[in-house]
Design a protein around this ligand. Sequence first.
Ligand code: PMV
Length: 364
Amino acid sequence: MSLRDKYVQSLRSLSEQQQTSVTIRWRSPSNIALVKYWGKHGNQLPINPSISFTLSECATDTSIDFSKKQGPSSRIDLQFYFNGEENVAFATRIKNYLSSILDICPYLVKYDIRIESGNSFPHSAGIASSASAFSALALCITSLEDIVFQNLSADEEFRKKASFLARLGSGSASRSIFAKAGWWGQSPYLEGSSDEFAVDGSGLLHPVFENFQDSILIVSADAKSVSSTAGHQLMAYHPYREGRLTQVHRHLGEIKSALQTGDLEKFGTIVENEALSLHALMLSSSPGYFLVTGKTMNVIEKIRFFRKNSSIPCYFTLDAGPNVHLLYPKEHASAIQEFIEHELTSDIKNVLFDELGNGPQQLV
Ligand code: PMV
């Protein structure tokens, strides 16, 4: 039986608490993948496992008022406010998502749902917000389920369900549920790993990674010309698909050992190779496309030059976009800040200084 079927069945045997209205609020962070998820199959299942660092400052705050409807209902009714303003486009996307999980969360039709959401990072900063947004939403729904059925008091079960629900909205969101690091995707390198939900990856981290910094160098805040959804689809018939799968499993084994031993050089080699491979896959898709700009390449070259000359262990990675994430241990923060100010100001618009975070937080 699939995990989805298990979740569907498990609620049928539970009795429901009489609940009228409740407000639930979660803050959930974004994450940056070290080994990238790129390509999916079935219902939001990854073609390969991935691992990410959970961030601290880049987060979404989502507050949901669930008000019990008077009569019976079989549909989702919701209003969505983003940064205080009603947003019909987001409301439609979320309504579609909630409708797609109604077999798992049938109780949602019993409530009028009012969602207020906002990002802690500047609006259109060029930072992917689907991971923080869908993880915050999934956590609110999981909390509601626990209030109604009192079935998720064990932290591990709660996080597993939240990660499972987040994954169905946005794959990378499944990893944001965990402090420090999240691992999503079945792999012999991590016991208990699954394609259906992410698991805690923090136990893999050598102390050198505990206070790792991520300075996000904003090259452009423009909307992406090709969405990640379209990019994932292009992996289905990608000419380098098999090579990519071989590479990514090798990288996972290698990064696991680099994370455990604190081998920064090995860590950096894999992380940079993953970033370049992700964008090489975009270039060699059919049709091919690219999301990096000349300024992205300037920044990457300058980081490599700076690292060589200073011997400071700092490494770049990229999301599906032109912005560069610069990863390094906290002890080098002031030298890195100086480097950014002196060398990169002509290439970037802004910097967001972030670091590894402690995972989502329930606010109400
Ligand atoms: O979760 P999605 O569908 O937005 O895809 C995210 C893909 C990458 O950010 C490029 C890589 C990753 O693993 O986060």
